[in-house]
Unconditional design. Structure first.
Length: 214
């Protein structure tokens, strides 16, 4: 069994299913785990556990009016949690799984304590194989803000998280340096025209191949 407050090495390309299964059980019980995505290291738990979500806000010193990102494991799951538009399918077909976060109007399936009582949700399907397998095993989305204090530098290695979080979370999974070494691109699709909120691992030029931006 995985021990609490420990750091475990993982292989993101060839996931160990024993580690996935045990980590999934920890998260399903409301545990908090630091893990690699393809962009940065995230601080995650299940999206529908109010107590553990509150703990993430506390650990990160994150203002309560700032929403949390949720991660899903399938493109088909998007319709369960957000209201989509006709062109959204084209965007996710060409950019998911991958480092593109999209903002859409949320459905009631997303708790208000995840979105800071906002009517929108930031959502992404990551490409990291370990993380995708983990979310599938959990069977529901996870929240995954970056594993740093709010406003601080986003960590691209597990070691960058140790100073703040070692001993304060259930588990830290070390998958080495993240693939892109930068944050995801954030695309807001709630307005009349799509708008890039943050340009990250996916360029504006690439997104403009599929949609016209504001």
């Amino acid at each position: 069994m995985l021990e609490k407050n420990k750091v475990y090495k993982i292989n993101c390309c060839h996931p160990d299913h024993k580690i996935i299964n045990q980590t999934a059980e920890i998260i399903k019980r409301g545990g908090i785990v630091i893990f690699p995505t393809e962009t940065l290291y995230g601080l995650g738990t299940v999206f529908d556990n109010k107590k553990s979500i509150a703990q993430i806000y506390q650990l990160r010193k994150r203002p309560k009016n700032m929403a949390l990102l949720i991660l899903i494991a399938s493109k088909n799951d998007l319709n369960k949690y957000a209201h989509t538009k006709p062109f959204v399918k084209r965007i996710i077909q060409n950019n998911w799984p991958g480092p593109l976060t999209i903002i859409l109007k949320k459905k009631k399936t997303v708790p208000n304590f995840v979105t800071a009582n906002k009517k929108t949700v930031a959502i992404r399907m990551p490409e990291n194989k370990f993380l995708l397998a983990l979310i599938k095993k959990i069977g529901r989305p996870i929240v995954a803000p970056s594993a740093n204090l709010s406003g601080g530098k986003s960590p691209m290695t597990a070691q960058e998280t140790f100073k703040v979080f070692l001993g304060k979370v259930d588990l830290i999974l070390d998958g080495g340096k993240t693939k892109y070494q930068q944050e995801s691109t954030i695309l807001d699709l709630t307005g009349k025209k799509p708008q890039i909120i943050r340009e990250g691992a996916i360029s504006r030029k690439k997104i403009e191949r599929f949609i016209k931006l504001n």
